[in-house]
Design a protein around this ligand. Structure first.
Ligand SMILES: [Zn+2]
Length: 172
């Protein structure tokens, strides 16, 4: 296993919709192992493949350090995931390993039903709420080339843009 470099906004790979995985071979197995290690080292609670520069539909989620009840999902690998249904809405703070030192409130569905394949290729369905629902939506957005900043209100988006300009100025 190896820790891979986490791509940061505005890396274009984060904006590209990822491709479906058609066969789970040794390369994919290694990618998943590396993603888990990279996520744990960051540390983070979720990581999508395009965040390590690989434009394929796989993400990993581990909420066991954050929430007691999430210990039943110590490590979730989702391959070719899709959201089947969404219910309700919640506004909660989010951050992203690809957008360091920035967090903002984002509106998401409160509950989601997701269908995906696990790392052996088996199709499974999962109903989630709370932190897990948030993480699933965040990671599936990544795989579709979306970032949480895309879901901010227009006002918060403009504040984020100003912050980016300020950061660019500080670097020069
Ligand atoms: Zn993220």
């Amino acid at each position: 296993m190896a820790i891979r470099e986490i791509r940061k906004f505005p890396d274009p790979v984060l904006r590209r919709k990822t491709d479906r995985i058609t066969s789970i071979n040794g390369t994919i197995e290694r990618l998943i192992d590396d993603m888990v290690e990279t996520m744990h080292a960051a540390p983070g609670v979720g990581l999508a493949a395009n965040q390590v520069g690989v434009s394929l539909q796989v993400a990993v989620i581990d909420l066991s350090t954050r929430e007691e009840k999430e210990k039943r999902h110590p490590l979730l690998v989702i391959i070719n995931p899709e959201i089947l249904s969404r219910q309700g809405s919640v506004v909660e703070e989010e951050g992203c390993l690809s957008i360091p030192e920035y967090a903002e409130k984002v509106k998401r569905a409160a509950r989601v039903k997701v269908r995906a394949q696990d790392r052996t290729g088996n199709v499974f369905e999962l109903e989630a709420e709370g932190l897990l629902a948030k993480a699933l939506q965040h990671e599936i957005d990544h795989l579709n080339g979306l970032l949480f900043i895309d879901r901010l209100s227009p006002l918060k988006k403009s504040i984020f843009k100003r912050r980016l300009k300020k950061m660019a100025l500080e670097k020069t």
